[in-house]
Structure formats: C-alpha cells, structure tokens
Design a protein around this ligand. Structure first.
Ligand code: HSE
Length: 305
C-alpha cells in the first residue's frame, strides 16, 4: 500500500453560459495536494496550506480534501490513519473556478489509492459529485476536457468532449468572493416556458458550436436565461465587464460557475503579448480584479507518485 501520494488537479469553469449544472471544462490552473500516512496511533491530522486564500482553508477535519478521503475509508470499511496533508492552493476560493471540486476529487482519488484502489473511477466520481452537490465541476476536474454531465436517479452520467485547443480563456477574478450557496439562493424556483426553450436552444447550439468550431455563433450560444440574469444582482459590475471584453475582441463572455469570476473566450491568435495588461487597465475601472489567461486542458487528475 502507498504511504505518500502527490496529486495535481485542474480548476474548472462550470455552466459555460446556458449549461447550468450540466456543462464544465478543465482549465490550465492547478491545485496540488500531498498526503503522507503518519505512524502515530490514534486519529490525528496535520494540515499545511500555502498559496492563494490559504487562510480560508480549514486545517482540521472540516478540510474538504480530508473529508473526501475519510468518505472513501468509510465506504471501504477501514479506519482512516493519521495523516499529514500539504496543500498548494493556486485556485482562488469562492470565485466559481472549482476550488472545492479540486479538494473533493483529489480526496477521493488519494483515499482510494491509500486503501489499495478498491473503488472504480465511476464510484469515485459519484462520491465526489455527492460531496460537491452538482456534477459539472467534479467531472471535468477528474477527467479533463469539456464535459456534458447529468444526474440520472442521483448517478453521474457524462460525455467528455475534446476541448477547443485554439481558444484562450481570459479569467477575470474579482477581489470579492461569492459562495455558491449564496449564488444558488438568488435563483428562482420556476422559470417561464419561453426562457426554458431559449436556454435549451442555446445550450444545444453551444455544444454544436464547440464540436464544429463555428465560433462566430459563440456570442449568441452562450447567452443564458436560467441563472445569470438572477445572479447579476450579486455582481452589479457584470454588464460593464461583459461589454468591455466584447468591445475588445472577445468571442463571448460568461459567469464562471456561480461567480464571482467571469470568463471571456478568445481565439489564441487574437491575443497580442500585452493584451492581459491592456484589458486589466480597462476592467479595473468597474471591478477590483486580477486577470489571467488560461487554456482548456484535456487531462484531469494527475497522480504524481
Ligand atoms: N453549476 C453550479 C452553479 C456551479 O452554477 O451553481 C457552481 O460553481
């Protein structure tokens, strides 16, 4: 049995506009987790966290990575040993970039390896999705690519597509955090039939656009009627940010997951060297933010040792 594991897992952007709770893609930004089994007898954990938002990550049993590992030990019927956990957190928390999904996915994978790999990937992704509450971040986080996900009688079903290699993803990361729980509370219980039809049309078009690379349709296909209109009130600067990106060559703009980050897609060839600096100067007039240029990635979990 392995006693030391290192795992790298990608950030994810969920929804991609109208794909609420069902579309998600892995991005080229990673959290790193290391776990060592300690010889100490009795339940004991030491958690060390460095990097972005490190102060906000629990260092006790409430730690998401530990919690997910513990779930696996419980499922297998083994007592969790004393552990030392080291986390390098590069994905900002509560910005809709899948930081909690990285901890759940890394936790179920690490727990399974420590237990001698009794569970299948399918069992692991179901446990991770249950911990997270929705599958659209954990699936691309585990498997990479752009994933279409659903729950059938509570079980995860998904299809992974190759992500567009010719697109760059501008991520606008506001200073302000927004918890998913809070962003889900502003959603309505019902939507109109007209909005539901518009959403079905757009999300279908979006998947077709990604597969066919007809990127000229992205601007229309990414318009959402289920969550963004309601979540706007939490981000009053959002229209200005969308307009600034669209006026500066973006193919489309969307809320990343439940926010507060925004993503804008560009053809890689459109981005000149100083683009990041230039767009940030324009965006910071509306929101206190950082910007990063990332790419879609086709690999999810990377187990290093
Ligand atoms: N689909 C989820 C939501 C993603 O929009 O609430 C959370 O990041």
């Amino acid at each position: 049995m392995k006693h030391r594991i290192k795992i790298k897992v990608p950030a994810t952007t969920a929804n991609l506009g109208p794909g609420f709770d069902c579309l998600g893609a892995a991005l080229s930004l990673y959290n790193e987790f290391e776990v060592k089994v300690l010889p100490t007898v009795g339940k004991k954990i030491n958690v060390f966290v460095e990097g972005i938002d490190a102060d906000y990550i629990p260092k006790d049993e409430k730690n998401h990575f530990y919690h997910a590992m513990k779930k696996i030990f419980q499922k297998v019927g083994t007592t969790i040993p004393s552990l030392e956990i080291s986390i390098k957190n590069n994905i900002p928390l509560q910005r809709g970039l899948g930081s909690s999904a990285t901890a759940y996915v890394a936790g179920v994978v690490a727990g399974n390896i420590l237990c001698g790999e009794p569970l299948s990937e399918y069992e692991l992704i179901n446990i991770a999705a249950e911990l997270e509450g929705h599958p659209d971040n954990v699936v691309p986080c585990m498997f990479g690519g752009l994933c279409v996900t659903t729950l059938v009688d509570g079980e995860v079903k998904f299809v992974k597509l190759n992500p567009p290699k010719d697109l760059a993803v501008l991520i606008i990361i506001p200073e302000e955090k927004i918890a998913t729980e809070k962003a889900r509370k502003v959603l309505p219980e019902k939507v109109s039939f007209v909005d539901a039809v518009k959403n079905v049309s757009n999300v279908s078009l979006l998947v077709a656009v990604i597969v066919s690379k007809k990127y000229e349709f992205l601007k229309f296909a990414t318009v959402d009627f289920l969550h963004q209109p309601y979540r706007k009130k939490l981000m009053p600067w959002i229209d200005n940010v969308f307009n600034t990106c669209l006026e500066n060559k973006a193919l489309c703009c969307m809320l990343s997951g439940s926010g507060s980050a925004i993503i804008a897609l560009y053809k890689k060839t459109q981005l000149e060297e100083d683009f990041k600096e230039k767009i940030w100067m324009r965006l910071r007039k509306f929101v206190n933010c950082k910007v990063e240029i990332l790419f879609f990635v086709n690999q999810g979990v990377i187990v290093k040792t």
